[in-house]
Write a new protein. Sequence first.
Length: 205
Amino acid sequence: MVSINRRERKKLNSKKAIIDAAVKLFITKGYKDTAIAEIMNEADLGIGTFYNYFESKEEILKHFLTEIISKANKHCLSLLDEPKSSSEILTEMFLFTGRILDENRFVLPLFLSAAHRSGSTAKVFSHPTDGITFRSIFNNIIKSGQQRGEFRNDIPAEVITEMFHSIFQTASFSSLELSFMQNIQYKLKLTLDGLLIRSQNTHEC
C-alpha cells in the first residue's frame, strides 16, 4: 500500500510540474509559441514523460481551464453563503473572473470563443462531472437577482449574461490607455446601473 501511495504521489507531482511549467511558458511566450519540449525542459522531466499524462498542449490547457472553473464555482458558492446582495455577488464574481483572465492572458481567446459559441469549444469550459461553466455561474447569479427583485426581469438572464461576457471581449481589444482591469470595472459599473431596478440604483452595495 505504501509503494502504491508513493507511486501515485510521484505521478501527481510530475503532472503538476508539467502543468505549472506549461502555464509559466504560456504566460511568458504565449500558448502557440510554446513547444512541448520547452515545457518538459522547464519541468525538468524527460519529453517522453509528457505523453504519460497528456496527449497534446491543448489537453494541458483543458485541464488548467477545468481547475479555474472549479475554483470559480467554489468562490461563488462561498459568496452565496454570505449575507450579500446579488449585485455584490455578481460584482465580486465578475472581478474574480477578470483577474484570472488578466493574469492568464493565454486563456482569453478560448474563454471568449466558449462564451459565444456552442459545441466542442464550449465543452472545454465545463466541469467534467457537473457541467458547470463560467456562463452557467453568471447566469445563475443573474436569475437569482431577478427572483429576489434586485435585477430587472424584463430582459432574459441569458441576454444579460452575454452582455457581461462581451465586456471582457471589448476590454481585451480596447485601444484606450487603461489597464484591462480598469477597463472592465468602468464597463461593469455602466452595465450594473442598467441592470438594477430603480429602487436598487441608489442602494449601497
